[in-house]
Design a protein around this ligand. Structure first.
Ligand code: UD1
Length: 423
């Protein structure tokens, strides 16, 4: 198991390039299973979740290859013969549950392990299952597995997601495009990853109305061609770098390869703290300059375009350096605060009450050993360590390797002092 040894404080100063999005890549990879033809997706990040999902896909008999040096992923769906996703892989990554929709869509049957627990509290899949049932699939549960099947053509149906869910939207669309005479999905997720996924399916030949709105209508087509696609940049990685650049008064970074339109209101929140946040005219790069004094700005997570739950830990970490008290409320995942006690070990003043973290700054942080608990908590510990005095050991960075490509190389190149060592 690797750990990071980080010496601080170090301002960050220079240029960063955002990698391809993990959360956008996974549904695109699942979409490729719906076609018997060859597919290619570019701008795929070298991340553990991509390797894991490639293995899940290979387990179905599909030839899938990650050409990692080129960040390119290819797949030949013609050999798919086993519509299954086993527990030992699904438990490593919840998004493997996309196999349920993909295999049902392609084969009309699937046996997929239930994902099990998660480090940030309950993450149910009830909406995925209820939606598939409403679509006309016969669902049953046996030995921790969901077994489902349906006929070639499912009758017209509709389903309302309450709450809106990224994963359920993806699974239901996957299961519908080749099989449902007409499926209406109400309160579909609007996240850019979902919009891109629907556009990619449309490019493969799917009939989807309402892309980019909260009501999708899908009508069966009999076949899809292979996908040929450039994956989008990782908006969460972009946001993470933007927030990291606010934390030390001498930091200034330009982050390239972004899409301004996918960042929601983040830039406005950043400006409210007193930081400078300027985009180029194309909206493909952004310069963030830290303020002298960070004004405490409270945020509340929400579905897109609201403040993303995947950035709340980073925002709370930045607020430890703000002057005053502010609140970070998570309305999507109410238990997602495992980073708070770890930041406390560095000297942060954070009190968590129900789904709100109250952060009081400005507190000087001092190096200590801290433990990564999940992906976004881990990156927050790295951000805190970069402004803490002395040495911080961030243990269990395998969580980070699931979601940030070459993080230590990117940050070290602009002034951070981060070393990866084997524990
Ligand atoms: C995806 C992202 C994750 C992000 C989250 C919210 C991927 C691989 N993961 O996760 O990084 O934090 O969106 O933006 O893209 N819910 C139910 N029943 C269900 C499904 C969801 O009640 O069957 C609830 C959840 O508990 C949560 C809310 O819906 O409160 C949103 O979850 P969802 O959008 O499904 O998150 P994921 O797709 O799992």
């Amino acid at each position: 198991m690797d750990k990071f040894i980080i010496q601080g404080p170090t301002p960050i100063h220079g240029e960063l390039h955002v990698s391809g999005s993990k959360n956008a890549a996974l549904p695109l990879m699942a979409a490729c299973l719906l076609s018997e033809e060859r597919s290619e997706i570019r701008n795929i990040p070298r991340l553990q979740d991509i390797y894991t999902f490639t293995k899940v896909i290979q387990g179905t008999g599909t030839q899938a290859t990650f050409h990692q040096e080129e960040n390119r992923w290819t797949c030949d769906g013609s050999t798919l013969d086993t519509p299954e996703a086993p527990y030992d892989l699904v438990r490593k990554m919840r998004a493997s549950f996309y196999m349920l929709g993909a295999l049902l869509g392609r084969c009309g049957e699937a046996r997929v392990s239930l994902p099990g627990g998660c480090a940030w509290g309950p993450r149910p899949v009830d909406l995925h299952l209820k939606g598939l049932e409403a679509m006309g699939y016969k669902m049953s549960q046996k030995g921790g597995y969901i077994e489902a099947k349906g006929p070639d053509t499912l009758p017209p149906s509709s389903f309302t997601l309450q709450p809106s869910s990224v994963g359920a939207t993806i699974n239901l669309v996957l299961a519908a495009v080749l099989r449902s005479e007409s499926f209406r999905l109400v309160n579909a997720a609007l996240e850019p990853d979902v919009v891109q996924f629907c556009e990619a399916l449309q490019a493969m030949g799917a009939d989807i109305d309402g892309i980019g709105s909260s009501t999708l209508t899908i009508r069966k087509v009999t076949r899809l061609k292979g996908l040929d696609w450039d994956n989008s940049p990782d908006r969460i990685e972009a946001g993470t770098f933007m927030i990291a650049a606010m934390m030390h008064p001498d930091s200034v970074c330009t982050i390239h390869g972004i899409r301004r339109s996918e960042l929601g209101g983040l830039a406005d929140d950043i400006r409210l703290t007193g930081a400078i946040c300027e985009f180029n005219s194309e909206g493909t790069s952004v310069r963030v300059k830290a303020p002298e004094r960070i004004t405490p700005i409270s945020v509340r997570t929400d579905i897109y375009p609201g403040f993303p739950t995947d950035l709340q830990a980073q925002w709370a970490t930045m607020l430890t350096q703000a002057h005053g008290t502010s609140a970070v409320e998570d309305r999507i995942y109410e238990d997602r605060f495992s980073y708070a006690p770890e930041l406390g070990r560095l000297g942060a003043n954070i009190e968590v009450k129900h789904n709100v973290a109250w952060v009081t700054g400005h507190t000087p942080l001092n190096g200590a050993s801290v433990m990564s608990t999940d992906l976004r908590a881990s990156v927050s510990l790295v951000m805190a360590a970069m402004v803490a005095q002395g040495q911080t050991d961030v243990l269990r960075v395998y969580h980070l390797d699931r979601g940030y490509e070459a993080l230590e190389a990117k940050l070290t190149a602009i002034g951070a002092n981060i070393e990866r060592v084997k524990e």
